[in-house]
Write a protein that binds this ligand. Structure first.
Ligand code: COA
Length: 238
């Protein structure tokens, strides 16, 4: 969504306010507007955070602070939809958002929006990813796609190839967020193959080099103006 020179969205939407709210198959998705500025986050916004989140956020700078805070505001608002409050959502040593054991939380941010996906953990572990459709990033295919996916993209008309690559990339980042807290290792893009359908679902084949394989992995995507939002849910054997 385009912003004016004062960092406001059309209709006077202020930075750090809720601009997207949805209940999708994998949980509650909340999107918070971000300012297009790396100026320190205003005190009145920091005051919306849990005190421990605020203490963490004040040591961050620039866009990192803006994005981290936006993700927490989105996650806390999503938790409220579930009727949950809970402990601070900090960052674990691997970069994942911390959460209560009975909840699953995942966060993503792009320049103008931070999103959080939350659900009760009994439904599975979650991953969310937000990617802008532009600019087209030439040459990411060889880094992020397996040969069978490259073949699938090449079979498409030229004007659909970038979107198909981006969709696979986004779903893979969401897969990473859903799996990494259990794996505690870097998971390469080639450790999954993604086959998007036209109905908002995607089939995932995992080719994990090590670590536990989830019993079920589901991927979905939806278009938000000029972005794609991907959500992934994994269920593990008890
Ligand atoms: C970690 C990674 C997925 C983040 O994606 P990104 O597009 O750079 O950034 P996003 O804004 O979408 O996501 C950032 C959020 O990811 C979350 N995150 C980071 N590391 C994480 C981890 N190990 N586990 C779960 N979530 C994690 C955090 O919540 C972070 O936001 P926060 O720091 O404000 O809390 C990406 O940087 C990366 O390393 N990708 C390579 C690994 C990969 O995707 N493999 C594909 C496997 S099939």
């Amino acid at each position: 969504m385009a912003q004016d020179r004062r960092g406001r969205y059309p209709g006077g939407v202020k930075p750090f306010s809720i601009i997207h709210k949805d209940a999708v198959q994998h949980g509650i998705v909340l999107g918070v507007s971000l300012p297009d500025s790396k100026a320190p986050v205003p005190v009145e916004v920091l005051e919306q955070l849990h005190p421990e989140e605020r203490a963490y956020a004040v040591d961050l700078t620039g866009y990192r602070q803006v994005h981290w805070v936006g993700g927490r505001i989105a996650a806390r608002a999503a938790l409220q939809v579930l009727g949950c409050g809970g402990p601070p959502i900090l960052t674990d040593p691997w970069g994942a958002p911390t959460s209560r054991q009975d909840l699953s939380i995942s966060i993503s941010h792009k320049r103008h929006m931070a999103v959080a996906l939350v659900a009760r953990h009994e439904h599975g572990s979650l991953g969310v990813d937000l990617e802008d459709l532009s600019p087209v990033r030439e040459g990411i295919e060889s880094r992020v796609l397996r040969p069978e996916e490259v073949e699938g993209v090449a079979a498409l008309p030229p004007d659909r190839r970038w979107i198909s690559t981006l969709l696979r990339f986004s779903i893979k980042e969401a897969i990473y967020k859903a799996l990494a807290p259990k794996h505690r290792r870097y998971i390469d893009f080639k450790e999954a193959a993604v086959f998007p359908g036209i109905d908002g679902h995607a089939r995932v084949e995992l080719h994990l080099e090590s670590g536990p394989k989830p019993a079920v992995i589901e991927a979905r995507y939806t278009w938000l103006r000029r972005s794609v939002l991907s959500t992934v849910r994994t269920r593990w054997l008890p």
